[in-house]
Design a protein around this ligand. Sequence first.
Ligand code: ADP
Ligand code: MG
Length: 285
Amino acid sequence: MTVETSAAAPEPAVAAAIPAVELRGVGKIFAAGAVTALEDVSLRVAAGEFVSLIGPSGCGKSTLLRIVADLEQPSSGTVVVHGKTARQARLDQEYGIAFQQAGLLDWRTVQENVELPLQLHGVRRAERRSRSAELLEITGLTEFARRFPAELSGGMQQRVAIARALARKPPLLLMDEPFGALDEMTRERMQGELLRIAEETGAAVVFVTHSIPEAVFLSDRVVVMTPRPGRITEVLATGGRDRHSDDEVRSSEEFFTAVAAVRAALHEGHGGAGTPKSAAGRDMR
Ligand code: ADP
Ligand code: MG
């Protein structure tokens, strides 16, 4: 297509700079035309970046994630996932998905669940074994490889789902309230583990949540959405991933400032007149 020819093939560094997700003017109107779920959503998620989508129920978070995953078609706008159309990215398994329910197969062991995407892709047994062993190690499930999902706690099941989502080393993880069903303690532990896993694998993450502290703890940037029509009202840089212990982060002043900033942005989006704009926390890098 292009008339300019380049002598050298793209450097790996250039490839690494391809955004994980690029949305331009994405809109979604559901069938009867009655519900405008999303309107003019533009967002770029860099390779390796952790971005959370936050907003009240019904603002289109799941719809947006499903559009990125090519499980839903946008009514307008364009979607590029790792330099490809959403459809091609799905076919090439450029992303892994984890939703609120772990969605494991009860009759397969932990290890067999993790290996499922590899098996479906025709990866040989020996390679499947070494990859699943690696993932079970990362997610702290090595001892449970031969157990069945019903024998695990909710948090462990969710870790199996994350390991499975990572099996094919996708450059992108799409997660829709994956810790919603967990108790608070388990949830905080899982958040820490997810961060470590994402860092270790270099995967970008698009994470849907309606928990403000969860969004702030995990993300480089928090995308604030409002309902009817679902749009992005604000994007806050909350990252400070050069962090100390998880507990230190959660009790730090920066953390509280960022939580307050996200809360204020959410209230503004609701039309909450008079909510003071917090300048602090808008960009805390
Ligand atoms: P969220 O995940 O933020 O709670 P959703 O993306 O699930 O929001 O839904 C956004 C809006 O789109 C809601 O008003 C919802 O009722 C509507 N919606 C979602 N899926 C469908 C569908 N398949 N058909 C019609 N309306 C839908
Ligand atoms: Mg949802």
